[in-house]
Design a binder for this molecule. Structure first.
Ligand code: ADX
Length: 194
């Protein structure tokens, strides 16, 4: 079904054959949380079951005490992925929004979701570092650049951009609404929404 049909029949958006994991990756401040919240609201308005696993929130609960070494980040991602799969296998749209800087563990999460019979869609929130430093909503880039925060992603720690993301959102050029529409369109193309 085309995206026009999908949005043209608001209130009738349905899950495909299974729940799925919608995975947002991107640098801090790239808009993962903003877009994932907007998408959750939109999907809930369509009466779809949605749960959001946001990195900042997960790190105060499920991953409290973890730091930002590669080991801790990978463990954080695996925990998020584990919960997301439990949800997806119960027909929920499980949205994960964490920097998830390492490609291998993201790919692992895709494989695990597919092996579980769930769908998977990776959204890459792309935004030039200069723009993020300029915006610096949380004031963290300034501190990282001043050497006050070690291993800060994009400044003093790696970020491995996806090679074949399912969706790329350029958050410096696209509005939240445009991002929402494009992700929904892609989910329809992938058969994860009807
Ligand atoms: S991830 O690498 O494990 O996926 P996650 O998304 O959970 O990261 O947490 C990132 C958030 O933690 C950032 O948005 C920022 O607010 C905060 N943070 C604190 N220290 C760091 C750091 N060294 N690198 C990146 N983010 C950090």
């Amino acid at each position: 079904m085309s995206f026009k049909t999908l949005v043209g029949r608001r209130g009738t958006m349905k899950l495909g054959d299974q729940g799925f994991v919608l995975w947002f990756t991107g640098l801090s401040g790239s808009g993962k949380s903003t877009l994932s919240v907007a998408l959750s609201e939109r999907l809930r308005a369509e009466n779809l079951p949605v749960e959001l696993l946001d990195g900042d929130v997960v790190r105060t609960e499920l991953s409290r005490g973890l730091g930002f070494s590669k080991e801790d980040r990978d463990l954080n991602i695996r925990r998020i992925g584990f919960v997301a799969r439990l949800l997806a296998r119960n027909g929920v749209v499980a949205i994960a929004a964490a920097i998830s800087p390492y490609r291998a563990v993201r790919e692992e999460q895709r494989e695990l979701a597919l092996a579980d019979g769930a769908g998977f869609c990776e959204v890459y929130m792309s935004c030039p570092l200069e723009v993020l430093v300029e915006r610096d909503v949380k004031g963290l880039y300034r501190r990282a650049l001043a050497g006050e925060i070690e291993n800060f992603t994009g400044v003093s720690d790696p970020y491995e951009a996806p090679e074949r993301p399912d969706v790329v959102v350029c958050s410096d050029r696209e509005s939240v609404e445009q991002g929402v529409e494009r992700v929904l369109a892609r989910l329809a193309e992938l058969g994860l929404l009807r």
